[in-house]
Design a protein around this ligand. Structure first.
Ligand SMILES: [Zn+2]
Ligand SMILES: [Zn+2]
Length: 423
């Protein structure tokens, strides 16, 4: 079958491409793009005037909760939410139950994703056994079974000597290392950002300093081992001068943030709204501004969702007892699109942050419009406004502060290999 997409805005960061033109797909593979493609044979014609055509998004930071917490999400529901969000490759974090610290769990995830998943799943394995920060996992075996990266996300590897060794070994196996930067000795029992809101609500605070210390230590270890560290979900303005310093020093690192850190402030947790309880916590207005500037500057060059489903069991409870995290797969694109509307990023730059850069970090070929690659194509309306109702959310959980809010920017169609999904 041939599919011809006509007159869409083709945006492919791997080729620095941003033109209005046509894209031809045959038997699940990209044939190529031109300003105008005319063919006489029978084709499935998709008229795409006013739509953006992008390679599928690559989300480097997702919690699928499978195995072990399938009442919140599982590989099927999580990858369906991904499909609806235009995310065609999902890197999933290892803090499942049991955690992904053995080839058995990695194999389980890969097999289930192949059998019951909607999009490609790339498992991230633990740095340390049971994420306890005591003993390293077996990097070589994990890589051979299909793990694409290492992380103890949710926990920081507090022991510096162990993290240094982790970077050394990861280098031997060419496995990317993703760090959740948080000095736990400063955040024990913490609930919200240290500042106005923690004082007002009388909740134990999480200081930005905990993130800063985590980042500085990891940058120093990256320098010492000469092996890059990927810094997950940067949230606070205090981190940014150190990232600039590290760039100047030539320290190998990359940094990511998530839409909630450039969209929402700690004001959201007023009234003890557990849907806005995340870790790291939502910060102040100045942080939101600074994160946007860092994206503009390119010092932060990846946007991930940190999709973290929780059911009402974990969220409809007192604030102190509520779990950290919010959904993100279906809001990743519309919220990130605000950066284009605010002229912080060009559409091409945004695509780079959502597709190309996460692929580079994971050392995978990015989805693209190059000829002969597998078709992973999304068609999005950047202008369409809609309300994010419960019905639209494909996750098993509904924990997002954007529930029943208006979003702008919607994935309309996905072409994945030889399948076309009308969303
Ligand atoms: Zn984390
Ligand atoms: Zn996470």
């Amino acid at each position: 079958m041939k599919i011809l997409i006509k007159r869409g805005r083709l945006i492919d960061p791997s080729q620095n491409l941003d033109i209005v033109g046509d894209l031809l797909i045959e038997e699940g593979r990209i044939v190529g793009w031109e300003r105008n493609i005319e063919i006489s044979e029978k084709v499935e014609l998709i008229w795409a005037e006013g739509l953006w055509i992008l390679p599928g998004l690559v989300d480097i930071h997702v919690h699928l909760r499978d195995p072990g917490e399938e009442w919140k999400e599982d590989i099927t529901s999580g990858t369906l939410a991904a499909l609806y969000g235009g995310v065609l490759r999902v890197a999933c974090m290892p803090n499942t139950k049991p955690p992904n610290d053995t080839p058995e769990v990695t194999n389980y995830i890969i097999k289930k994703a192949q059998e019951k998943g909607w999009v490609k799943v790339l498992p991230i394995a633990c740095i340390t056994k049971n994420q306890e920060g005591k003993e390293l996992t077996e990097f070589g075996r994990l890589k051979r079974s299909g793990a694409v990266a290492l992380s103890d996300d949710g926990r920081w590897v507090q022991n510096s000597e162990l993290m240094k060794r982790a970077l050394h070994y990861a280098k031997n196996f060419d496995l990317p290392v993703i760090s959740h930067c948080e000095d736990h000795s400063l955040t024990e029992g913490g609930q919200v950002n240290q500042g106005k809101m923690s004082a007002k609500l009388g909740l134990k605070e999480i200081p930005a300093m905990a993130e800063v210390i985590g980042v500085i230590r990891d940058l120093l270890l990256a320098k010492d081992t000469n092996y890059p560290v990927h810094l997950a979900h940067i949230s606070s303005k205090e981190v940014l001068p150190f990232l600039r310093w590290a760039k100047e020093e030539g320290i190998p690192f990359t940094a990511e943030t998530c839409p909630h850190y450039f969209t929402l402030t700690e004001k959201e947790v007023e009234n003890y709204n557990t849907l806005a309880k995340v870790n790291p916590p939502l910060r102040g207005e100045e942080d939101v501004y600074a994160i946007k500037q860092a994206l503009k500057e390119g010092i932060i060059e990846v946007i991930s969702s940190d999709h973290a489903p929780h059911s009402e069991l974990e969220k409809k409870v007192e604030f102190e007892w509520a779990s950290f995290g919010m959904l993100g797969l279906q809001t990743l694109f519309p919220l990130s699109l605000n950066l284009v509307r605010e002229e912080i990023l060009s559409p091409l730059k945004l695509a780079e942050y959502l597709i190309l850069n996460p692929s580079k970090i994971l050392k995978i070929e990015p989805p693209s419009f190059k000829s002969n690659v597998l078709a992973e194509v999304i068609l999005v309306s950047p202008y369409e406004k809609y309300i994010l109702t419960e019905d639209l959310i494909k996750s098993k959980s509904k924990n997002t502060p954007f529930l029943n809010q208006e979003l702008q920017g919607r994935v309309k169609k996905v072409i994945l290999k030889d399948k076309i999904y009308d969303l």
